[in-house]
Design a protein around this ligand. Sequence first.
Ligand code: FPP
Length: 240
Amino acid sequence: MKGAIDINRLPKHVAIIMDGNGRWASKRALPRIFGHKAGMETLREVVKACSDMGIKILTVYAFSTENWNRPTEEVSYLMNLLIEYMRKEINELNKNHVKIKILGDLSALPQITKEEVEKAVSFTENNTGLQFNIALNYGGRAEIIHACKRIAEEHKEGKISKDEINEDLISDYLFTAGDIEPDLIIRTSGEKRLSNFLLWQSAYSELVFVDEMWPDFNKKQLEKAILEYQNRDRRFGLVK
Ligand code: FPP
């Protein structure tokens, strides 16, 4: 793709499906967990790049509701990696004014992981730089069900009438309440699907699929994906 990024037309919200850690490791005859560890380093670089570029929101898919079905050792490793990430990165993130927000239900996480994550959220809550959404124990369908249940409850209590239920109201009951919708969703590893990620919020997102495994992704690849986004013609269902 030709040209340079137009800094005045950056996507405000970039979301990433960080896929391919396992395959990256297998290709090197390493256990899968090495891929996750390398993936954590990529995440550090990408968060910094988004923050430096002036992107408003970065959302990453760190652990899905389906990921619990992986082998126990891998799940435990990922839960510990989250703790390591928070402990190692929190000061740097804070220095760069990054605000951490969690999308998903933290109650199912091991207590120590939950506490470390909550600590990072409250530590950065007043920051006004990049909003860094981490989807954790997140599933798009579960999120919509969760929203429906809360709306039904409030309808029963007489707080919401049937006629008030519209797109804006539903958006307000999702984990992403208050966030602009993702302009650009990137998935690494060559797979071309959303896998239950931001199902409601992705209605008009531009999707960019890259072949690199997540540990091989970097700032340059991110810029390439943004350039591809900037070359798309977004019409939101309208005629030009
Ligand atoms: C998908 O690759 C990746 C995950 C399920 C975990 C993502 C986690 C990280 C990038 C680690 C760092 C994140 C934090 C927040 C500490 P896969 O394992 O499904 O790869 P495969 O499709 O090749 O098996």
